[in-house]
Design a protein around this ligand. Structure first.
Ligand SMILES: *Cc1c(COP(=O)(O)O)cnc(C)c1O
Length: 432
């Protein structure tokens, strides 16, 4: 399989290059040259356990790994389930947060980590995974790479814009994990990472590799849970509509990828918070990056979603075609709080603020007997205790063991302003 750049079809790379290079040399994002259509073997595929689904679906995109070894890597990466919570006859929640850091980012991060460690086996030198996080990516990546001896992880997170428990997940591991607290927004963090990758000298010297969703390997892993959720809920007589709490649009892009792979999905809904650059794009056909608002669903506080360029390619740069398949809605924090409370009262079920936007989007949709709606639940509510306390009253959400443990650990991070010179200084003082 070859991959091409969204900026230029003639800029190509193989699998190993796209893992380690982040963006394409021309600044575009990598896309696979073709996507294998699995429709001929769909029934059999859907019956496989999760890790075997992953191995079967993803092997065509990989090179340089035997099928047996790849199966083993998938078994290690996809080692936690997708659970389905049915709310009504046409509405279900797919819980994607059963991994070690309690957010769906564990799928992409664990798969990427297994692939990278496979390729680094026996190689000299240390590779540096650099990642900007709006809250959950950093924790998932740090956890997935923690303790690997020829990898170090540098995390950039926006100061005071992630939840306290999310921050602890980033700052308490130590060892090969370095946390930078940036006094700016997520978009600032994302820009600093982009600048670092554009700095060829720095990139080569420290073997920079991206674990953001600009890395296509993460999206590959995410396409698998669409098959998994579908297999657990789809009935022959009804079609599925996925509702996705969205920020950087990686999750949504992975969903479109799963359709290209043959999964029969009716349509997609992108649920957004006040940060509605993608909705504005769908409405106007013109993309304008926006400055970000801080919201309660902080992992979706993105004004310049990096995966939009991939989405456009999947729809041949035709916004009309995209509109036929994707609808977006934007919601306020007040509505989000009210939804968390309503779902708790009605179903005795606690949802996090991101998942709440998905359930708000469901309310906007006309009833259609032919459809089952699946809201992707992207994080465990205990990661957002402050918000859950406001919505439900204090102490209503049980804190799972992995989060309880964090309370007793010492956080450590370095605060920097959002200027590229600070990144350069950090690398030269820490790693020389
Ligand atoms: C990352 C994240 C999102 C947004 O996902 P994208 O792929 O960036 O659109 C939504 N919810 C949670 C909890 C997240 O961590």
């Amino acid at each position: 399989m070859k991959y091409y750049s969204t900026n230029n079809k003639n800029v190509k790379a193989d699998f190993k290059e796209i893992i380690f290079s982040g963006t394409a040399p021309d600044g575009g994002l990598f896309m696979p040259e073709y996507v294998k259509d699995n429709r001929g073997e769909m029934e059999e595929l859907l019956r496989l356990p999760l890790h075997e689904k992953a191995a079967r679906i993803l092997y065509p995109y990989v090179s340089g790994i035997t099928e047996a070894k790849f199966g083993q890597l998938c078994t290690e990466a996809f080692n936690f389930p997708v659970s389905i919570k049915k709310l009504t006859s046409d509405l279900a929640v797919a819980e994607l947060f059963n991994g070690p850091t309690l957010a769906f980012k564990d799928f992409g991060a664990r798969f990427l980590a297994r692939i990278i460690s496979y390729y680094l086996e026996g190689e000299a030198g240390i590779c540096t995974i650099m990642v900007a996080t709006s809250g959950d990516t950093g924790g998932a990546v740090a956890n997935a790479f923690w303790g690997m001896k020829n990898v170090r992880v540098v995390l950039l997170y926006p100061s005071k814009r992630i939840s306290p428990l999310q921050e602890r997940q980033l700052t308490t591991l130590g060892g090969n994990v370095y946390a930078l607290e940036v006094t700016g927004t997520f978009d600032d963090c994302q820009r600093l990472v982009k600048d670092a990758f554009a700095d060829t000298e720095l990139k080569n010297k420290y073997k920079l590799t991206s674990a953001n969703s600009i890395n296509f390997v993460r999206l590959l892993a995410q396409s698998v849970y669409y098959f998994e959720a579908f297999s657990q809920i789809a009935l022959a007589s009804r079609q599925v509509r996925f509702i996705i709490p969205s920020g950087n649009l990686g999750n949504l892009t992975a969903g479109i990828l799963s359709v290209k792979m043959g999964l029969p999905v009716h349509s997609f809904i992108a649920a957004l918070n006040r940060n509605r650059a993608f909705l504005d794009y769908l409405e106007t056909g013109e993309f304008q990056p926006r400055s970000t608002f801080q919201t309660l669903s902080n992992a979706m506080d993105v004004g310049n979603p990096s995966n939009l360029s991939r989405l456009k390619k999947f729809f041949n740069d035709q916004v009309d075609l995209m509109r036929q398949n994707i609808t977006a809605f934007s919601f306020t924090d007040d509505a989000t709080i009210a939804k968390i409370k309503e779902v708790s009262d009605k179903y005795n079920y606690a949802i996090d603020p991101h998942t709440a936007t998905g359930l708000l989007a469901y309310d906007k949709l006309p009833v259609d007997e032919k459809l089952i709606n699946i809201v992707l639940s992207t994080a465990h509510p205990a990661k957002f205790l402050e918000t859950m306390d406001i919505a439900l009253g204090a102490g209503m959400v049980q804190i799972p063991e992995p989060l309880l443990k964090l309370k007793n650990l010492n956080p450590k991070s370095l605060r920097i302003s959002p200027e590229y010179s600070q990144i350069k200084d950090f690398f030269s003082t820490q790693f020389n």
